[in-house]
Design a protein around this ligand. Structure first.
Ligand code: NAD
Length: 261
């Protein structure tokens, strides 16, 4: 339990990759604040499970990552109730797929706000506490789309490339304070988000489930395997170890070789 006494704040952690981060950090003793949308009963059950695993508190913030004032209030609440975050994982993210000519302006604004600007706001609020303690870990879930592009994802690709740049800048600003900042950049991860696209794609392309998985979703992923949420979380946990103190400003691909092509 090497994270006993540490506090972790994980945005977008009511499902998928974020929840896997929260579970693994709690299993090493961290007090965790989770965030995101979802069913209140299910979220309360997750908090209870996290607290049982860590032996520390686990709290939930309903802050909307598109709203700077709510983000500031979330970081302040975390500091008040659990302690200033030692580990900050910016993971909340949304997607919209459409050609740029018709891409709705409000979708562009929302994706930039949630996938990029929220990390600016959380880091801005949390970094002083980390610097004061002389230890901190900032981990941003970027994407293979922070390193390469795909058509029809203008906002997502722009936000994720921006997040990679923000991470490098923060790494430089924090380098002498024992604080590291890195991106984890997954390829296609098996989450409810990905699974829910399959039925529509089967219909649209007249394909079987297996064809959609291998010929559409995994077409660009050389391993022909989905990344798992546990693999992403394992890397995040490693970044929290003292062994990872010299890894900063890195954009770590977990993408089955996608961006090696
Ligand atoms: P997910 O939909 O399971 O999780 C997204 C989380 O963000 C949820 O907890 C959701 O409630 C939360 N969220 C959405 N909008 C929010 C808002 N306005 N305020 C607060 N929380 C909000 O998806 P996931 O696949 O686990 O994605 C997590 C991150 O990983 C995202 O940043 C995504 O871009 C990135 N990612 C995912 C994949 C993939 O294949 N699944 C690949 C690369 C990167």
């Amino acid at each position: 339990m090497f994270l006993k006494g540490k506090t972790a704040l994980v945005t977008g952690s009511t499902s998928g990759i974020g929840l896997a981060y929260a579970k693994l950090l709690a299993s090493e003793g961290a007090a965790v604040m989770i965030n995101g949308f979802g069913d209140a009963t299910a979220i309360a059950a997750e908090c209870a499970a996290l607290a049982a695993a860590s032996g520390a508190q686990a709290l939930y913030s309903a802050a909307d990552m598109s709203k700077p004032a709510e983000i500031a209030a979330m970081v302040a609440e975390c500091a008040d109730k659990l302690g200033t975050p030692d580990i900050l994982i910016n993971n909340a993210g949304v997607q919209h797929v459409e050609p740029i000519e018709t891409f709705p302006i409000e979708k562009w604004d929302a994706i930039i706000a949630i996938n990029l600007s929220s990390a600016f706001h959380t880091i801005r609020a949390a970094l002083p506490g980390m610097k004061a303690k002389g230890w901190g870990r900032i981990i941003n879930t970027a994407s293979a789309h922070s390193l390469t592009a795909s058509p029809f994802k203008s906002a997502y690709v722009s936000a994720k490339h921006g997040l990679a740049g923000l991470t490098k800048t923060v790494a430089l600003e924090a380098a002498t304070f024992g604080v590291t900042a890195n991106c984890i950049s997954p390829g296609y991860v098996w989450t409810p988000l990905v699974e829910s696209q399959i039925p529509d794609t089967m219909k649209a392309r007249n394909m079987t489930r297996e064809q959609v998985m291998h010929d559409v979703l995994l077409a660009g992923q050389p391993t022909k395997q989905f990344v798992t949420v546990e693999q992403c979380a394992a890397l995040a946990l490693f970044l929290c170890r003292d062994d990872a103190a010299s890894i900063t400003g890195a954009n770590l691909a977990v993408d089955g070789g996608w961006t090696a092509q």
